[in-house]
Design a protein around this ligand. Structure first.
Ligand SMILES: Cc1ncc(COP(=O)(O)O)c(C=O)c1O
Length: 355
C-alpha cells in the first residue's frame, strides 16, 4: 500500500487470495459498470435486482452445495436480517463470546434472549441448552474467529444442535475461499453437509476480494428471508458491477487453486519462523495469525514502530477484543511472498526484544 506517499507492506487486509487486484476481476467490474451503470438504482424487490445478481446467487448456491442463496449488501446486514427473521421475543440465541460484533448485535436486536458461552466451550453451551425453555433455539458461531483465527468446533456444534433441537448458523466470513479443497470454506474443511448446518452466511469482501455477503440454505429459508429480512428489503441493492466482478472471483478462486496452496505455504513459513524466534503467536492454522501483546498501549506502540519500518499491521484493542488481550492481527495473503514474510518476522523479532 502507499500511505501518504510511503510504500508499506500490508499485513492486515482480509484480501486473503489477492483477488481484489486481480486484472480479470477488475476487468469484469469495468464491464459490469459499462453494461449496468454504476448504481443499482433501487432495492432488490423494486427493480434493483439484475440478472448479474441473480446469476451470482445461483452460482453461490451451487458452490456451497445449497438449494438457494440470497445476496445482502454487507455481512453486517446479512447477519441482522437472518437472525431477526428467524427469532423473536421468547426465543433464545446462543453465541460464542468471541463471535463477530455483527452476530452479537444481530442476537441483541432480534429481541430473543441472548446467552453467550465461553469461547468454543461446547460443554457450557450444552448446559445452557439443557436448561433453556425457549420456544425456538439458535446457535450462532463464526466458522473462523475473526480476531483469533481459530476454527469453531463446528462438528460438535452440529451434534449439540441436533441433541437439543436447536438451529445452527455459521458465519464463514473468514473461511470461504480459503478453507476446503475447492475453497467452499469451513464446512467443506470439516466435511459437514447443508442439512447439518442449515444456515450458512459468508461475506464477499474478504477472500473474494469484492464486497457484500450472502446467505445460503434451503428454498424455504431463502423465501422466508426475501419476505421478512428488513435489511434485505429496505435497502438499495449493491451495484450490479460488484456482482459481475464477484462472479469472476468465484470462478478464479476455484480454478486457481494454487492461490490457496501458496497461502498455506506462507502460513507454515510464518508459523515456523515465529516459533523459532519465540514470538507470541496464537494457536491458529488460518490466514489470521495474531500476535498476542496484552497491553493496549504496547500493541499500539508496536504497530506504530512497525509502520516506521515499512510494515502495516493495525493493533486490535478492546472493546473489539477482551480487556488485556490487545494484539497485532497479522493476516497473510497470496499476494505476499516468502521475502515479505521473512521481513515481517525479522522486524518483529527486533522490535519484540525491545519491549
Ligand atoms: C465474521 C464476520 N462476520 C461479518 C462481518 C461483516 O461483514 P461486512 O464487512 O461485509 O459487513 C465481518 C467483517 O467485516 C466478519 O469478520
Amino acid at each position: 500500500m502507499i500511505i501518504d506517499g510511503r510504500e508499506v507492506i500490508s499485513f492486515c487486509s482480509n484480501d486473503y487470495l489477492g483477488l481484489a487486484n486481480h486484472p480479470e476481476v477488475i476487468a469484469a467490474f469495468k464491464q459490469g459498470a459499462e453494461e449496468y451503470g454504476v448504481g443499482s438504482g433501487a432495492a432488490h424487490l423494486v427493480n434493483g435486482h439484475t440478472r448479474a445478481h441473480h446469476e451470482l446467487e445461483e452460482e453461490l448456491a451451487e458452490f456451497t452445495g445449497r438449494q438457494r442463496a440470497l445476496l445482502f449488501s454487507t455481512g453486517y446486514m446479512a447477519n441482522l436480517g437472518v437472525v431477526s427473521t428467524l427469532l423473536k421475543r421468547g426465543d433464545t440465541v446462543f453465541e460464542d463470546r468471541l463471535n463477530h460484533a455483527s452476530l452479537l448485535d444481530a442476537g441483541l436486536l432480534s429481541g430473543a434472549r441472548l446467552q453467550r458461552y465461553q469461547h468454543c466451550d461446547t460443554t457450557e453451551l450444552a448446559d445452557k441448552l439443557v436448561n433453556s425453555k425457549a420456544q425456538q433455539k439458535l446457535i450462532l458461531t463464526d466458522g473462523v474467529f475473526s480476531m483469533d483465527g481459530d476454527l469453531a468446533p463446528v462438528a460438535k456444534l452440529v451434534r449439540i444442535a441436533k441433541q437439543h433441537d436447536s438451529g445452527l448458523m455459521v458465519d464463514d466470513a473468514h473461511g470461504l475461499g480459503v478453507l476446503g479443497n475447492t475453497g467452499a470454506g469451513t464446512l467443506e474443511h470439516c466435511a459437514l453437509s447443508a442439512s447439518e448446518v442449515p444456515v450458512l452466511m459468508a461475506t464477499l469482501g474478504k477472500a473474494c476480494g469484492t464486497a457484500g455477503a450472502f446467505v445460503a440454505g434451503s428454498e424455504d429459508l431463502i423465501e422466508t428471508l426475501i419476505q421478512n429480512a428488513r435489511s434485505y428489503i429496505y435497502t438499495t441493492a449493491s451495484p450490479p458491477a460488484i456482482a459481475v466482478a464477484t462472479r469472476k472471483s468465484l470462478q478464479l478462486l476455484q480454478s486457481e487453486s494454487w492461490r490457496r496452496q501458496k497461502l498455506s505455504t506462507l502460513i507454515c513459513s510464518f508459523r515456523q519462523g515465529a516459533e523459532q524466534r519465540k514470538l507470541p503467536v496464537m494457536d491458529s492454522q488460518t490466514a489470521i495469525q495474531p500476535l498476542m501483546i496484552g497491553d493496549t498501549a504496547t500493541a499500539a506502540q508496536l504497530s506504530d514502530t512497525l509502520f516506521e519500518h515499512g510494515i502495516l499491521v493495525t493493533a486490535i484493542r478492546p472493546p473489539t477484543v477482551p480487556a488485556g488481550t490487545a494484539r497485532l492481527r497479522i493476516t497473510l495473503s497470496t499476494s505476499h511472498d516468502e521475502s515479505h514474510v521473512e521481513r515481517l518476522l525479522d522486524t518483529l523479532d527486533n522490535l519484540m526484544l525491545k519491549i
